[in-house]
Design a protein around this ligand. Structure first.
Ligand code: BG6
Ligand code: MG
Length: 219
């Protein structure tokens, strides 16, 4: 195990709730419509534009290209505002220790997030210096569940994905890790059972457990 490819929202920081809240408020304001909880999983790990498409399709709402772009931009402004007070305290349980243990074992760290806000979030969390690379989601051809962002993250730390673990909390993200050829480690419920190794929470992400999973499942 030489590299760890990290998802961000829902793995490093508890920001997934802010994403969905921003979508909810936006849709309420513009269309006076509610989005059901069941759409949250479908927007997890999925790019800003793809998330908006999922939501509008569900509600059978059609908008012009300009309106679509304006809605995506407004959601992001609200989301970034919600991140205002984000700091080290928002790092999810187990993650700071895991990062320290990876570094102690010379495992390189790369961010493989769909979020264009990745760099500013790592900065607010005080984690920028710990990461060897941040894969740029605007430079990959296809978003999660396609493997591209995990392939780009592994390449950015000069590793073949088979030497890496990928850490995810979304259905789309686990599929992306598997298809990239890395060992997938998930935090969440049974919807993530396609992961090589699933834990209920990031609090279970110990270095020993993750290394054991890599030993068992890598090829
Ligand atoms: C992912 C989130 O990490 O980033 C998704 O799980 C989000 O919910 C996606 O849509 C894109 O984020 P951003 O910050 O570029 O709008
Ligand atoms: Mg996530």
């Amino acid at each position: 195990m030489k590299g760890a490819l990290f998802d961000l929202d829902g793995i490093i920081a508890d920001t997934a709730v802010y994403h969905f809240e921003a979508w909810r408020n936006l849709i309420k304001k513009h269309f006076n419509a509610e989005i059901p909880d069941s759409l949250e999983e479908k927007t997890k790990g999925v790019s800003r534009e793809d998330s908006l498409r999922v939501i509008l399709d569900y509600l059978n709402i059609t908008v012009s290209e300009n309106e679509f772009a304006a809605l995506a931009a407004e959601k992001n402004t609200a989301y970034v505002e919600a991140l205002d007070g984000l700091s080290r305290k928002d790092i999810l349980p187990g993650i700071e220790q895991l990062i320290a243990d990876f570094k102690a074992h010379h495992v390189k760290l790369a961010l493989a997030s769909a979020s264009k806000n990745g760099p500013i979030i790592l900065e607010k969390l005080g984690l920028s210096a710990d990461f060897d690379a941040i894969a740029d989601p605007s430079k990959v051809a296809a978003g999660k569940p396609a493997p591209d962002i995990f392939l780009a993250a592994a390449a950015a730390i000069d590793l073949s994905p088979e030497f890496c673990v990928g850490l995810e909390d979304s259905v789309a993200g686990v599929t992306a890790i598997n298809d990239a050829g890395a060992v997938s480690i998930a935090a969440g419920g049974k919807e993530l059972d396609h992961a090589h190794q699933r834990f209920d929470s990031t609090a279970d992400f110990t270095y020993a457990a993750i290394e054991a999973a890599w030993e068992k499942y890598h090829h």
